[in-house]
Design a protein around this ligand. Structure first.
Ligand SMILES: NC(=O)c1ccc[n+]([C@@H]2O[C@H](COP(=O)([O-])OP(=O)(O)OC[C@H]3O[C@@H](n4cnc5c(N)ncnc54)[C@H](OP(=O)(O)O)[C@@H]3O)[C@@H](O)[C@H]2O)c1
Length: 258
């Protein structure tokens, strides 16, 4: 996820970037305007990276966040803004590891950020200076669209857009399996299903019409599509979504409780 954000920042021409990884195997190639540091080779790598930085992005696994913040706390520039993408780590937990008054925000991006088509939710603590929140929003706009929200909504957003790519891929997997059971080869089923999904989403983007309207146009009264759609609705697709999103939100609460 850190790599996706970095690609967006670089593509947007942001200069003077520093990035650290723990191991040399994950390290990126240094480039103009990009300094690469490796924590296992240089115990000061993370502190060097944040020295003088206006914006610090934390993209380690949730379990590593507090230790990393404690490590960099003394080196942060006064006025630095810290944003973490780690799921389930509250702003208050992060703020407790940092000097008083540090601006701390949470961001919840999703994997299409890697191709500049992400959706990121951003939550700031009440009282965050507008220019600090704006700096974080601008950084994440380099990898897609941004929705600003209160922190108590971030688990709900995560259940929708954070995990959402997985739901859509699952739908495509099951759809492809069904096409294969109708006798299409794996290649044919992929071409039919993935091609249809890409085309349908492009039609949605290019017409600007609502999904319900585009669905209505495919669904002639008493036709074949109508019969197929009725099967999904009889199985209560809306109810399945409610249950799935509730399960994701419940798991986020479990993770936050440790
Ligand atoms: N994947 C998603 O869809 C998604 C969406 C939203 C949020 N997130 C959040 O993004 C975070 C990262 O997830 P990921 O899947 O990108 O994990 P990942 O592939 O393991 O990336 C974590 C990176 O942090 C580096 N790192 C770990 N500890 C470090 C330390 N002490 N100092 C310097 N670098 C360190 C790791 O380096 P090494 O590999 O060398 O150890 C690795 O490059 C998680 O907190 C997750 O909750 C992920």
């Amino acid at each position: 996820m850190g790599g996706a954000i970095l690609s967006g920042l670089r593509a947007a021409g942001v200069a003077d970037l520093r990035v650290t990884t723990r191991t040399a195997t994950r390290a990126l190639e240094p480039a103009d305007g990009l300094r690469v540091l490796v924590a296992e080779q240089d115990s000061d790598a993370n502190r060097t990276a944040v020295r003088g930085a206006r914006l610090v992005v934390i993209a380690v696994k949730p379990a590593g966040v507090t230790a990393l913040l404690t490590e960099i706390a003394d080196t942060l520039e006064p006025g630095a803004v810290v944003v973490s993408v780690a799921a389930g780590i509250p702003i208050a937990t992060m703020a407790a590891a940092l000097p008083a008054g540090t601006a701390v925000l949470r961001a919840m991006p999703n994997t299409p950020s890697a191709v500049g088509a992400g959706v990121t939710g951003i939550a700031a603590a009440p009282g965050t200076a507008p220019e600090d929140a704006a700096a974080v929003v601008a950084a994440f706009r380099t990898v897609g669209t941004v929705v600003e929200l209160a922190e108590d909504r971030i688990d709900s957003l995560s259940a929708v857009s954070g995990s959402g790519p997985a739901y859509l891929y699952l739908f495509l997997e099951r759809f492809t399996d069904a096409a294969r059971r109708l006798g299409f080869s794996a290649e044919e089923a992929d071409a039919l299903v993935v091609g249809t999904a890409q085309g349908a989403l492009r039609l949605l983007a290019e017409t600007g019409d609502e999904p319900a309207e585009l669905r209505r146009r495919v669904t002639s009264p008493k036709g074949t599509t109508e019969r197929a759609v009725a099967v999904f609705e009889q199985r209560d697709l809306g109810g399945i979504f409610d249950e799935a999103l509730a399960a994701a939100i419940a798991r986020a609460a479990e993770l936050a409780a440790g």
